[in-house]
Design a protein around this ligand. Sequence first.
Ligand SMILES: NC(=O)c1ccc[n+]([C@@H]2O[C@H](COP(=O)([O-])OP(=O)(O)OC[C@H]3O[C@@H](n4cnc5c(N)ncnc54)[C@H](O)[C@@H]3O)[C@@H](O)[C@H]2O)c1
Length: 246
Amino acid sequence: MIELVRLAGKIVLVTGAGSGIGRATAILCAREGARVIAADISLEPASGQLAVQADVSDSEQVQAMVQRAIQEYGTIDVLFNNAGIAVRQTVAEQSEQDWDRVIQVNVRSVFLCSKYTIPHMMARGGSIINMASVVGITGVRNRAAYSTSKGAIVALTRNMALDYAQYGIRVNCVCPGFTETPLTRGLLSNPAAVAKLTALHPLGRLGRPEDIAAAVLFLASDEAAWITGVALPVDGGFTAGHATDV
Ligand SMILES: NC(=O)c1ccc[n+]([C@@H]2O[C@H](COP(=O)([O-])OP(=O)(O)OC[C@H]3O[C@@H](n4cnc5c(N)ncnc54)[C@H](O)[C@@H]3O)[C@@H](O)[C@H]2O)c1
C-alpha cells in the first residue's frame, strides 16, 4: 500500500517551534514527509529536525536562521510564522516597553522572517502561514497590544497574498481560539476561567495544539493550492457568534 504524505520533499521552516502550537506543527509536518527547520529563541527540538536558535524579532538572527536553512536544504517551501508572546493589559495599564515588545515579537518578526525568506521562494513558489488569533478578528477585553498585533497580522497576510500571488507564493493566516499551551497555562490554571472560556467556544472545549497544526498543514499543502489571503478561524466556533440560547 502506498502511504500518502502531504508534504513529501518540502522544506518547512517553523518559528516558535520549541513549544505549543509550533512544536505540534513541526512534528506533524515531519510526519507528513517534510524536512523541518525548527526555530525558537529557546529550543528543545523534537528529534530529527534541524534546530536553529533565533530571536525572530532580531534582523541579524533572522538572516542567520534563513541562511542556515538554505545552506542545509537549498530552499524553503513553507514558512510558518508562529512565534509570539501575549500580555493581558488595557492601554492605560500597559507599559511602553511591553507594548513595543509585543509588536516586535508578533509583527516585526513576521515582516523579518518573510522579508528574508521570500527571495528564496520566488523562483518556484511556496506557502507562508502567519499566526494570527481570534483576537485579530473580534474583541476580547484586556488584550490591547496583543489584539493589535494579531489584527496587524490579518492585514499583513492579505497584503502579502496580493503582492506575491504572481510568484506562486500563497499567504494565509490562522486565527486560533483559546488553545491549551504553555502560553495560556497561567490563565487555564484557574478552573473558573477555564469554564468561562470553554463556554465561549460552541464546540464545547478549548483548542489543542494539534487542532491548529492540522489547519496549518492543510494551508501548507498542495490541497490548498487555490487558497490565498484568507484568515482562517480554527476556534471551535468562537468567532461564529454567541453560543447562548436567547
Ligand atoms: N495558545 C493560544 O490560545 C493561542 C491562540 C491564538 C493564537 N496563538 C498564537 O500562537 C502562537 C504560538 O503560541 P503558543 O500558544 O503555542 O505558545 P507557546 O508559548 O507554547 O509557544 C510560543 C513559542 O514562541 C517562542 N518565542 C517567543 N518569542 C520568540 C522570539 N522572539 N523568537 C523566537 N521564538 C520566540 C517561545 O520560546 C515558544 O517556544 C503565538 O503567536 C500565539 O500568539 C495562541
